[in-house]
Design a protein around this ligand. Structure first.
Ligand SMILES: [Zn+2]
Length: 355
């Protein structure tokens, strides 16, 4: 049966392409808040990155990631919902309108964006909540989202515990408590450079989103987005939340983790070649980078086995550098060394040469 919420041409939920705009300058922004950027990324990539960092530094990042994500989500919800609406939710949690805004709407959006699904099993709408979470691509981030929503709406964060009850199935119980302190880093809502561009992504005639999205299948019930052939799982994320997590990690661990992120990302890309990156040339890189909202590739110069890139409006810079090194390793069949800098106008310049 035809689903009126799904675009009949590209198969993408209409809420995705109506709430987010793929601009012609290599960025994806929220329609309601164009300063708020988004990225569309392979989630195994990010999960692999966190696990890679954990392996390199030798400690679990679960709590840091959960708290950093909750701060970001809380900030995001506060910007998204005016204080009057939040007060209404707070007073009406026991009734359907309040529940819709506090639980049903965030979990619906989460499913559309590829985060997995959640079902509320029980709650007194005051002190605790029990829910079943299925197919989260990375549970600490999902828990952070739940805590962030509760923090923004009822000014309390949950001390969440979870129990694995099956493959990709968890029972999550949150007991709301006063906000805990502890992490050293302060949340900073990042601002990005935004230069204009002249990319022309092919557009869907039905919804106006990029046609490239039709390569992905949306399982809107389970909250899973995957590439139709490779089954690489994707999600629509805020790069700012990951930058915030990296900042928190840095503050907490007291050392520069940029190089660690670059190495983990390089390792992931070089061992898990993504099917859409089938060449290391200007057109492929520019299109794939822009489609993911990571920036606008303006230059790619290859001289022998040296490569120079310039990217406008970059985000997740350490990941971009690591990704370039990973692709270099695959397509040049040798390890590379990267020198990179961010210019005053925000452009990222990367130079890769053989190690
Ligand atoms: Zn469409």
């Amino acid at each position: 049966m035809k689903n009126p919420f799904i675009c009949s041409v590209c198969g993408v939920p209409k809420v995705i392409t109506s709430e987010n705009i793929w601009l012609d300058n290599g960025t994806i922004v929220q329609r309601r808040d164009p300063l708020h950027r988004m990225v569309f990324l392979e989630v195994d990539n990010i999960k692999g990155l966190f696990e890679g960092i954990e392996r390199i530094i030798g400690i679990s990042l679960e709590r840091i990631i959960m708290v950093a994500q909750s701060r970001y989500t809380s900030e995001y919800i506060k910007r998204f919902m005016p204080s009057g609406v939040r007060l209404f939710v707070n007073r009406n949690l026991h009734r359907l309108p309040g529940r819709r805004l506090a639980f049903i709407l965030p979990s619906y959006l989460g499913r559309m964006m590829g985060y997995g699904a959640a079902k509320l099993l029980h709650s007194d709408y005051k002190n605790y909540m029990v829910m079943k979470v299925t197919d989260p691509w990375y549970l600490p981030l999902y828990l952070g989202n739940i805590r962030g929503v509760t923090d923004a709406l009822v000014a309390k964060v949950g001390t969440g515990v979870y129990l694995k009850i099956g493959p990709e199935q968890y029972i999550v119980t949150t007991n709301t408590s006063e906000a805990e302190e502890g992490l050293k880093g302060r949340f900073v809502y990042r601002e990005y450079h935004s230069k204009s561009g002249d990319l022309s992504l092919e557009r869907c005639s039905g919804c106006g989103g990029p046609m490239e999205l039709s390569r992905y299948r949306w399982d809107v019930k389970r909250g899973i987005i995957e590439e139709r052939n490779s089954h690489q799982r994707m999600a629509l994320l805020g790069p700012g939340e990951h930058e915030a997590i990296f900042d928190e990690l840095q503050a907490e661990l007291g050392e520069d983790i940029t190089q660690t992120i670059i190495e983990a990302q390089q390792l992931f890309v070089s061992t898990e070649l993504l099917t859409s990156w089938n060449a290391f040339d200007f057109a492929t890189l520019q299109k794939q980078m822009a489609f993911r909202g990571m920036g606008n590739l303006r230059e790619l110069v290859a001289e022998g086995d040296k490569v120079r890139l310039r990217v406008e409006n970059p985000c997740l810079i350490a990941m971009l550098v690591g990704m370039t090194l990973g692709l270099y390793e695959i397509f040049y069949r040798k390890a590379g060394d990267a020198r990179w800098e961010v210019a005053e106008d925000g452009d990222l310049k990367i130079e890769v040469s053989p190690k």
